[in-house]
Design a protein around this ligand. Structure first.
Ligand SMILES: NC(=O)C1=CN([C@@H]2O[C@H](COP(=O)(O)OP(=O)(O)OC[C@H]3O[C@@H](n4cnc5c(N)ncnc54)[C@H](OP(=O)(O)O)[C@@H]3O)[C@@H](O)[C@H]2O)C=CC1
Ligand SMILES: O=CCS(=O)(=O)O
Length: 253
């Protein structure tokens, strides 16, 4: 039975991915900080497949290394790592943002992702052919927009780290993908606005955002491609989102 390690499984893409992989019979290693949600997910999915939940903050490198290097045999070999835990904060212009918010994004989206990758790499290399690392990037890593500042830059890191890993893992059989979604309706905007439900609802109202299940389906597709195929980057948007014109600073009329 293949097994998948999903970071940030307590909400959004991570939770939907856990449900999708469970449906296909994969063993699940699920992580996140919110213990109650992990427990609920374990209760739901352990009726279908073996489930191991790890209450972990991806920023804590010692805890991450310890947990991943001591996985029970039932959850090995590890076939897929989904580096999904992440967040955006402070949609305001850069010059108005608290430094702490920038640090939180860097510590989670960059340091957290490399912590988990470093800990899981020996297991994935042992699996070799057919193993995958699926990294949650974002359209924000490729395309600039106002208020994107450190969030977009952290996702540009995810893209380049994914490509560079591909170079080093050549010949090992381990695949690496930067999956870069656009606007998707999860708790992402609630977190970004520090709990402003009205702002979150307003962003998704009157359009058709991607849903967590759409991304889960892509993750499952990527993890189950024939072993000789590596999709390097997959950018995915709702058909109701696109780019906009360049902004220009003009003198008053
Ligand atoms: N929604 C969107 O529009 C898009 C999202 N993305 C990316 O997809 C990923 C998932 O986002 P999404 O599902 O939308 O958002 P959610 O807010 O719904 O889920 C985020 C998940 O990350 C976990 N997480 C956050 N910080 C930490 C931490 N320090 N340690 C461990 N887990 C953490 C949360 O768990 P807990 O709080 O329990 O720790 C939660 O399970 C993120 O990397 C995001 O940047 C990319 C493109 C578009
Ligand atoms: O990564 C999230 C999508 S967006 O808010 O940057 O468009």
């Amino acid at each position: 039975m293949p097994s998948v390690l999903i970071t940030g499984a307590t909400s959004g893409f991570g939770k939907a991915a856990a449900q999708r992989f469970a449906k296909a019979g994969w063993s699940l290693i699920l992580t996140g900080r919110r213990v109650e949600r992990l427990k609920a997910l374990e209760e739901e999915l352990s009726k279908q497949v073996p489930v191991l939940t790890l209450a972990l903050d991806v920023r804590d490198s010692d805890a991450v290394t310890d947990a991943i290097s001591n996985l029970p045999e039932t959850f090995l070999p590890l076939t897929c790592l989904i580096n999904n835990a992440g967040l955006a904060l402070a949609p305001e212009p850069a010059q108005k943002v608290a430094l702490e918010d920038w640090h939180t994004m860097i510590d989670t989206n960059i340091t957290g992702l490399v912590n988990v990758t470093h800990a899981a790499l020996p297991l994935l290399l042992k699996t070799g052919k057919g193993a995958s690392i699926l990294n949650l990037g974002s359209v924000a890593g490729q395309w600039p927009y106002p208020g994107g500042h450190v969030y977009g830059a952290s996702k540009a890191f995810v893209q380049q780290f994914s490509y560079n890993l591909r170079c080093d893992l050549l010949g090992t059989g381990v695949r690496v993908t930067d999956l870069a979604p656009g606007m998707a309706e999860t708790e992402f905007t609630l977190v970004r606005t520090k709990g402003d439900q009205a702002a979150s609802d307003a962003l998704y109202r009157g359009t058709t955002p991607l849903q967590a299940e759409d991304i889960a389906e892509q993750l499952y597709y990527l993890a189950t491609l024939p072993a000789h195929i590596n999709i390097n980057r997959l950018e995915i948007m709702t058909v109701r989102q696109a780019w906009s014109a360049f902004a220009v600073d003009r003198d008053p009329a």
